[in-house]
Design a protein around this ligand. Structure first.
Ligand SMILES: O=P(O)(O)OC[C@H]1O[C@H](OP(=O)(O)OP(=O)(O)O)[C@H](O)[C@@H]1O
Ligand SMILES: O=c1cc[nH]c(=O)[nH]1
Ligand SMILES: [Mg+2]
Length: 210
């Protein structure tokens, strides 16, 4: 069974059209990444448990609910950073754990260069964020790091996924649902998602522009 949930939200689709567009410059690209991350996080967190409480309104006590989970947001550096910013706006109390992985351009294998998790991890769910799920190597690596740290519940949120990356994640991490904006056609001969949007890190941080 494939554990992937592509969004069907019209606003998500509209924003992804702008994100893909080669004419979209880094400032607007970053804004879109942030907004899309919020929208997809809203979908990915629909089933989180809540705890009832009572809050005083100016008129009197009101029943209310808050999040029962201790939530971790795990951006895969560096392209995941913009998504983490957006989700922090939704869940400001979340912990942010950084995992730095780049993809070797020749082998397409994930190469870890940074990891910052607390000494005694106590989150009850991790939202792993990376705009692109291509071969799936980086996402599988990040989930493996989290599992080794004792995290038992995770969800992956990506903006664009390739079928190859979804299959890799489903095989290696069958208990990790994947929430995506859209699923694209295939990976091209150099491992880029086609038609995709190009390099999500370079487009956010203007490192491809001369
Ligand atoms: O599914 P995969 O085949 O692993 O590819 C996806 C990864 O590639 C990109 O990162 P990149 O290596 O370009 O690093 P960056 O975020 O620093 O630009 C992207 O942000 C993912 O992390
Ligand atoms: O299409 C792709 C694949 C990997 N990383 C990206 O940024 N884009
Ligand atoms: Mg990149």
């Amino acid at each position: 069974m494939s554990l992937v949930f592509p969004s069907s939200h019209p606003i998500v689709l509209h924003l992804i059209a702008n994100l893909r567009d080669a004419r979209t410059r880094p400032p607007e690209f970053r804004r879109l990444v942030r907004t899309l991350a919020m929208l997809l996080a809203q979908e990915a967190t629909l089933d989180l448990p809540t705890r009832p409480l009572e809050v005083p309104t100016p008129l009197g006590p009101s029943p209310a609910w808050n999040l029962a989970d201790t939530i971790g947001i795990v951006p895969i550096l560096r392209a995941g950073l913009g998504m983490a910013e957006g989700i922090l706006d939704l869940i400001p109390d979340a912990q942010v754990w950084h995992v730095g992985v780049y993809r070797d351009e020749q082998t397409l294998q994930p190469m870890e260069y940074y990891k910052k998790l607390p000494a005694n991890p106590k989150i009850t769910i991790a939202l792993v964020v990376d705009p692109m799920l291509a071969t799936g190597g980086s996402a599988v690596h990040a989930c493996t790091v989290l599992k080794a740290a004792g995290v038992t519940r995770m969800k992956l949120i990506s903006l664009i996924a390739a079928p190859e990356g979804i299959a890799h994640m489903n095989e290696a991490m069958p208990d990790v649902p994947i929430h995506v904006g859209v699923v694209d056609d295939h990976l091209n001969e150099v491992g880029y998602i086609y038609p995709g949007l190009g390099d999500a890190g370079d487009r956010q941080f203007a490192t491809a522009l001369d």
